[in-house]
Design a protein around this ligand. Structure first.
Ligand code: ADP
Ligand code: MG
Length: 364
């Protein structure tokens, strides 16, 4: 099911003297989710991810704009009629019901033609439980399950009615690191095998990058960029997106362009054809540094960290916006630094320039 968000805006009224202004949690949000894809909605806490998801589910109504499932305008449709499956961070299971009863709960109150027999419900619950591999836990109560198992029950409950759309709001945040990885792979597998159009909300860029067909990066209620994860990483539209994606994070410098060359400090570090003379913000991915004695960019060497295949070189520079510059090179190429200095050449495809005031990308 294709999902279209059209100029969606959600404003919350001000709350008296403490917060007089209305808060626009989502601003003029337009986006199309292709049928059968998993879209990662990504951004820092408070940027409007949950609000966007609640507008999709029908738990909240937009101030303006429209939502379509396929060709159906569902903007005015109540949540229970939209056919969405919802999973939240805090499982939200009924504590007094067994796993089986929790999973069949969304099937219980079907009326008339849609009414299901006990046996049908039991079969559907078992099938959904099979997708998340909790068939052995059906008679337990939520309190008798681990966090990971509880979240699987919640996912099974969201899947049991074969939703048109699956909406997941930070579903892995309460799980420990290993379980988070495993559950995220499972969500991916289930999404692929069922083909249900899915929106996955997270503030964790690595999670979004690894699980999504497509990501939507948001900041302060506004879409910053959409695209395939790798494409957004390789070609960010603005400084916010460049800084938000990537571990270790991108290295940011105050720079200036003179005669189509990028200067950081006093050194011309890279040709930047077509860019007019101006002050810029220059950002360099950790994998964009090539150490070598003839390198154009000189930094103060601080140390090395060996991490298996890769070596992380720590250095610093007076024009850097962070105390430490982190560059990642393969173990063989790590040159021994001379006299506390280390020189790098820069890979042009890993260096991004941004307008000093607006943060908009300057492409060269
Ligand atoms: P996220 O899920 O990305 O952390 P939210 O969608 O929960 O962000 O919130 C977006 C913005 O809207 C935040 O600034 C938040 O404080 C505000 N907000 C959320 N819910 C309400 C509400 N019921 N009333 C007023 N402001 C709200
Ligand atoms: Mg949220």
């Amino acid at each position: 099911m294709k999902v279209t968000l059209q100029n969606l805006t959600k404003e919350y009224p001000g709350r008296g003297r403490k917060q007089p202004q209305t808060v626009a949690a989502v601003k003029d949000f337009s986006f199309e989710i292709p049928d059968g894809e998993l879209v990662g909605l990504l951004g820092p806490s408070g940027c409007g991810k949950s609000t966007t998801l609640n507008l999709l589910s029908g738990l909240q109504k937009p101030t303006s704009g429209r939502i379509f499932f396929g060709d159906d305008d569902v903007t005015e449709l109540p949540a229970e009629s939209r056919g969405v499956g919802l999973v939240f961070q805090n499982y939200a299971l009924y504590p007094h019901l067994t796993v089986r009863q929790n999973i069949t709960f969304p099937l219980e109150n079907r009326k008339g033609r849609d009414k299901l027999t006990r046996q049908q419900m039991a079969d559907m619950a078992m099938e959904a439980a099979g997708l998340v591999q909790i068939q052995d836990l059906m008679d337990r109560k939520p309190a008798e399950l681990s966090g990971g198992q509880q979240q699987r029950v919640a996912i099974a409950r969201a899947l049991v009615k074969m939703p048109r759309i699956l909406l997941l709001d930070e579903p892995l945040s309460n799980l420990d690191a290993r379980l988070r990885l495993q559950t995220r792979e499972e969500i991916r597998r289930i999404q692929r095998s069922t083909g249900i159009t899915t929106v996955f909300v997270t503030h964790d860029q690595e999670e979004a990058m690894s699980i999504s067909d497509r990501i939507v990066v948001m900041d302060r209620g506004v879409i910053q960029q959409t695209g395939k994860p790798q494409q957004v990483y390789d070609d960010p539209d603005n400084l916010f997106v460049a800084k938000f994606l990537g571990t270790p994070p991108i290295n940011v410098f105050d720079g200036r362009v003179r005669g189509e060359r990028l200067y950081i400090g006093d050194e011309a570090v890279l040709p930047v054809p077509g860019i007019a003379d101006q002050d810029v913000t220059a950002a360099i991915r950790p994998e964009g540094f090539l150490p070598g004695p003839g390198g154009a960019f000189t930094c103060q060497f601080r140390g090395m960290e060996v991490m298996g295949r890769d070596v992380s070189i720590l250095s610093c520079h007076s024009s850097a916006q962070t105390p430490v510059i982190r560059s990642i090179v393969s173990a063989g190429t790590a040159a021994a630094p001379e006299a506390g200095m280390i020189r790098f050449d820069l890979k042009p495809g890993k260096v991004f320039l941004f307008h000093r005031d607006t943060g908009a990308r300057l492409r060269f």
